[in-house]
Ligand binder design. Sequence first.
Ligand code: 13P
Ligand code: SF4
Length: 307
Amino acid sequence: MNIHQLQQEILELKKKTDTVILAHSYQAREIVEIADYTGDSYKLSVVASETNAKNVLMCGVRFMAETVKILSPKKRVFLANSGAGCPMAEQLDTELLSQLKQAEPDRTVCAYINTTAELKTLCDVCVTSSSAVKIIKNIDSDKILFIPDCNLGDWVKKNVPQKDIKLVHGGCPTHAGITAKEVRKIRELHPNALFLVHPECTPEVVALADYVGSTSGIMDFAKNSDKREFIIGTETSISEHLQYDCPDKRFFPVTKDVVCRNMKLTTLPDVYNALNGDMSVACEIVMSDELIAGARKCIDEMIRLGG
Ligand code: 13P
Ligand code: SF4
């Protein structure tokens, strides 16, 4: 079977099984093409709560599928590749967070959505990369503990200087690997290109950017810009999707090594097998009512303050 035949079968199975497919923008092109919705973490969590489909299949990483389940507990939610986690989401455990909270109980705990459901039960509000600055400005508190990404946290601190924001040491290994030296080198090769960057990159890299935003923010900026060349400071899929979407423009990844291996675990056959009920690679997200209720409060707060 070739890719197009497999995609066709997936489109039919999707209808037959009343399944909506969500794909984060770091997924491969052939997966993005068969998805009902693609986008950044914020968009995927909001569309998931609005869809009427009985089943949701997430092509992304585990915390994204958990977020869908938390917002739509009556739906059956599946992760197309059960091995796809986000290393950042697991950097901090509930014990350490409890200690941090005890040490400074007057801080509002703000979690990047890239966290486990268990950790979210201890947090007051969630943010995504696209909503972090707006939400932290809107929180009714001036003292914040921001977990677990110190790079995104640093970006927020610079944009909300009026608040006292404490960071913990953590972050995304994929984005942390992009260096300022690599950025300067590719800028020399493409001096007219704008540099668009994800706030999970280090402050040194973010300082060189012409635009800082989420995956959807970067894509929208490039599509709407009247400039023709862009250096993309995030996972390489974004350059690839943009090159398909805007054939008249040129997109250069900082390096081709900026690959999230977890996001790239999911394959088109995984999607097909999951829709066929084969759970040897996929899995269903199962969470207790107590965990869902505990984690939901901070996600509802995110939607309220970010909407
Ligand atoms: P976005 O919300 O920008 O899609 O980011 C999610 C993510 O995991 C980036 O590494
Ligand atoms: Fe997690 Fe980084 Fe992969 Fe995003 S790119 S899913 S933050 S490891």
